[in-house]
Design a binder for this molecule. Structure first.
Ligand SMILES: Cc1ncc(COP(=O)(O)O)c(C=O)c1O
Length: 377
């Protein structure tokens, strides 16, 4: 993970623009290689939505990564950057027709789907294309579940594969997502066992599945401990060996958070303090609306004050705070009961660790506040 020490070696913290976010390319590179080695011959498609900064895209392009896009603008951005069609897959099962039409024209030949309506659109705007059925799998253990809105039920899966085939599409793949920030090291192997049922059902019915896409969900260190990648890797490979060893199959992943989350930290500053009854409030220049949206639904960030790092505060002098962002909305509360130094002052620096995923790209312009400015090392 990107450490405060490393950031301090590169920047003068007193002078750097605030709020800001520093991204370390070498961490993205290391994570890319670790994820790519999950399974022999694995194809990796970075989930662009996680952090679509052009330098992140360019870096991953150079490393040889593919890209998973979920919207028309994301896709156009990659096309305009000259990323070839064979390095782009479309993972969103809910696509605007215009996106399908332009993807097909450009030569993109991987579309996820999970409903008859999507098949009808794909058959109309991308006739004959390769389509991957997203199947709903258990999301227990993930801090950001994705199973309700997406994915066909197991009981519908075979019918949806047949439906795609009957509409002239090539149902070449199965895909799943175990939920983002998944803390269960068995989640992917369990999902493979679930999906095996659909795979062999399809095979018996004359539908040859060529690709299994294991999605994302690989975690990034936040407050809770995360499983070792090695543990996840062992479980996946054991299951592949047991179930799919004699099948002619390719495996894909489309990671986001696990690839870029730990590559960045934010540099915020204290802009206010208040006591309301028994509650101590600490207000920062980064909040829910300008970078930490996920804090309102289950993602817990780690805050470190420069005062603690510099040894200006003794550990006994920490008190619980409710930490809020700068906007005039009460919903702009990042966390409650978080221990930081009692003697924090306006202007003090607070680092927010491992914030490379789903942060600045989800920032709004509410109240006119800018998202953190981005720097690379
Ligand atoms: C289709 C799809 N693929 C991949 C991802 C990336 O997931 P993660 O960031 O958990 O790796 C997402 C996240 O929402 C997604 O919707």
């Amino acid at each position: 993970m990107l450490t405060v020490d490393k950031v301090k070696q590169k920047f003068n913290i007193n002078e750097i623009h605030k709020p800001s976010m520093v991204i370390d390319s070498s961490i993205i590179t290391a994570k890319y290689h670790a994820l790519k080695n999950l399974v022999d011959g694995l194809e990796l498609y970075y989930s662009v939505k996680t952090n679509p900064h052009i330098e992140v895209i360019r870096l991953l392009e150079k490393l040889g990564s593919g890209f998973e896009v979920s919207s028309h603008p994301e896709m156009m951005e990659l096309i305009n950057l000259g990323i070839p069609a064979n390095r782009i897959i479309i993972g969103n099962t809910l696509k605007v027709p215009k996106m399908i039409e332009e993807a097909h024209k450009y030569g993109i030949n991987y579309f996820a789907y999970d409903s008859e309506t999507e098949v009808q659109k794909l058959a109309k705007y991308a006739p004959g294309s390769n389509v991957s059925l997203r199947v709903s799998v258990d999301n227990t253990g993930s801090d950001w579940p994705l199973s309700k809105k997406f994915g066909s039920a197991m009981s519908q899966a075979l019918d949806l594969l047949k439906y795609a085939k009957a509409h002239g599409l090539n149902p070449h793949g199965l895909t799943f997502h175990v939920g983002s920030q998944c803390l269960n090291p068995l989640a992917w192997s369990n999902a493979l066992m679930t999906i095996a049922e659909v795979y062999f059902q399809a095979k018996r019915n004359g539908i040859k599945i060529e690709v299994i896409n294991m999605g994302g969900g690989f975690p990034s260190k936040l407050i809770k401990n995360i499983p070792e990648m090695e543990h996840i890797r062992e479980n996946i490979n054991k299951t592949i060996k047991e179930i799919f060893a004699s099948e002619d199959l390719k495996f894909y992943i489309e990671p986001g958070r696990g690839l870029v989350g730990q590559a960045a930290l934010m540099i915020a500053s204290v802009i206010g303090k208040a006591t309301r009854g028994a509650e101590n409030w600490l207000i920062l220049d980064i909040g829910v609306y300008n970078g930490l949206l996920e804090a309102v639904a289950g993602i817990e960030y780690e805050f470190v004050s420069d005062r603690e790092i510099s040894g200006l505060t003794h550990r006994d002098d920490l008190i619980p705070y409710s930490i809020g962002g700068p906007t005039c909305d009460s919903w702009d509360t990042i966390v409650t009961n978080y221990h930081l130094p009692k003697d924090l002052e306006v202007g003090d620096v607070i680092y927010i660790l491992n914030t490379g995923a789903y942060t600045v790209c989800e920032a709004t312009r509410f109240n006119g506040f800018d998202p953190p400015k981005i720097f690379f090392i």
